[in-house]
Design a protein around this ligand. Structure first.
Ligand SMILES: C[S@@+](CC[C@H](N)C(=O)[O-])C[C@H]1O[C@@H](n2cnc3c(N)ncnc32)[C@H](O)[C@@H]1O
Length: 448
């Protein structure tokens, strides 16, 4: 039975303790990058009884496993694993799809992006008012900023670290939305937690703002540490009264310089999750964060046997090739395959040295690859079973990452005597938009 998430009443301590113990116990499933699983011996760690159960499952069953399907005939510890996954699943408030949108914003935008822009615009429009100044963190080409103004006449300052994107956003604005130039502005700014005074100065310059203005931080795909910067800035300044942010790219979080990427500056950020992780063997690293933003069960559930076979084969072959590469050398998949190759897997991959110069595969490497292929005759099937287990764990990893942020917001607000209303909302179509969570926080004025 999934737990219902409701901020303020959710038992973070209990969830973090159960989830970290479970993930730590099963870290072999995700602790290596998927290109390295052969080399790391993950196939040898795969319980034989689980493999037998997978082999007996038909395609429909395989697709349903990450959604909670359990066959009573399967072995006890596999069933126990799947039941634990189910007990750690969390249901979030769903945002109904927004159908509104300005047709001018459609040009050149993918359906996924358009879906996200429209739905985030609708959530922001529900709580923000034209009297506020919106700060679009990591505004990129200005899709969200422009749509917020078109749909709700909101005043937006787009803040973007990359000067080329700022320029591109301004050009796009001039071409498609020339009438918005008074109300939507873009500035190049590398946002840091302490940048708010400079941001206020930019707003005054851009909009001739009076000193009493209040702000809302918004962001579409506020990647990696940018979401945390937004959260901490929101908590630190009274005049920032709202936060509506859609985080992404957890795997790009900055690691602590001396931790060999086993610790991150902004993960965990809440004390309860930090305490829970300290009680178990460490499982937090880049692969954990990467799994948090890997494909969700929404895509897995409709895969055909052919798609599974092709994915498993590609993943296994890549990992085989990585296993025979010398340290410092790199492999990339060739785009154009010539017919003149030897028929070996190695024909599909290009080997390069550290400087990027192409190298030839040696006879020894051909032999090693053959040996490994013989050792794992069902390697591509096992790769797909491993992906299935990862798909089971993906939501738990993402829950930990997002709930850590929600817990941090609540505890920090409490310690600073700020009353907040928090929500974590999920868009309805997580197949079209897999990173579809939105953190919504409003400061409540308790004086009146
Ligand atoms: C994933 S992109 C999203 C862009 C845009 N919001 C969208 O959805 O189309 C993230 C953007 O944030 C910008 N960014 C990341 N960290 C930043 C920071 N600290 N300050 C300013 N911009 C930042 C990046 O340059 C990039 O354009």
């Amino acid at each position: 039975m999934p737990l219902e998430y409701s901020a303020h009443s959710f038992n973070y301590v209990d969830y973090f303790q159960r989830a970290t113990a479970f993930l730590s116990e099963h870290r072999w499933i995700f602790e290596q990058s998927n290109t390295k699983f052969v080399q790391a011996g993950i196939l040898d760690a795969f319980p034989r009884t689980w493999i037998q159960d997978f082999k007996r499952a038909n395609n429909e069953e395989l697709n349903q496993i990450p959604l909670g399907y359990v066959n009573e005939a399967w072995c006890d510890d596999f069933k126990q694993f799947l039941r634990s996954v189910d007990s750690l699943s969390v249901e979030y408030e769903r945002k109904c799809d927004s159908l509104d949108g300005n047709p001018a914003t459609v040009k050149g935008i993918s359906p996924k992006k358009l879906y996200e822009i429209r739905n985030l615009t609708s959530l922001i429009g529900d709580i923000c008012e034209p009297s506020e100044t919106l700060l679009d963190f990591g505004s990129g080409l200005g899709y969200l900023s422009q749509n917020l103004h078109s749909a709700h006449q909101l005043r937006v300052l787009g803040l973007e670290g990359d000067p080329y994107r700022v320029q591109a956003a301004q050009q796009r604005q001039m071409k498609l939305f020339p009438d918005s130039q008074e109300h939507v502005k873009y500035v190049q700014h590398c946002i840091l937690e302490e940048s708010f005074p400079q941001i206020q100065d930019s707003c005054k310059l851009a909009f001739s703002e009076d000193l009493n203005s209040t702000y809302a931080i918004v962001g579409l795909h506020a990647c990696a540490d940018l979401s945390i910067t937004a959260i901490n800035m929101f908590l630190s300044h009274d005049t920032i009264t709202k936060l509506v942010i859609m985080p992404c790219c957890y795997h790009k979080l900055e690691c602590d310089s001396d931790s060999n990427c086993a610790k991150f500056r902004n993960f965990p950020i809440s004390d309860p999750l930090r305490d829970a992780t300290e009680m178990v063997s460490n499982f937090i690293g880049r692969p954990f964060l990467r799994l948090g933003c890997q494909q969700t069960s929404a895509r897995w559930r409709n895969m055909t046997p052919e798609e599974h076979a092709a994915h498993g084969l590609a993943m296994f072959e890549r990992s085989l090739v990585e296993a025979i590469v010398e340290p410092g050398h790199k492999v990339t998949k060739r785009k154009n395959l010539s017919n003149s190759g030897s028929g070996s897997i190695l024909d599909k991959y290009q080997l390069c040295d550290e400087a990027g110069s192409e190298l030839k595969w040696s006879d020894q490497q051909y032999k090693e690859l053959e040996k490994l292929s013989e050792k794992y005759p069902d390697g591509s099937q096992l790769a797909e079973y491993l992906t299935c287990l990862q798909t089971c764990l993906q939501p738990i990893c993402e829950n930990l990452i997002l709930l850590d942020r929600m817990c941090h917001i609540e505890k920090e607000a409490q310690s600073r005597n700020i009353t907040v209303r928090c929500k974590l909302v999920k868009f309805a179509n997580d197949k079209l938009s897999p990173r579809c969570f939105v953190i919504i926080v409003e400061k409540i004025n308790t004086d009146c």
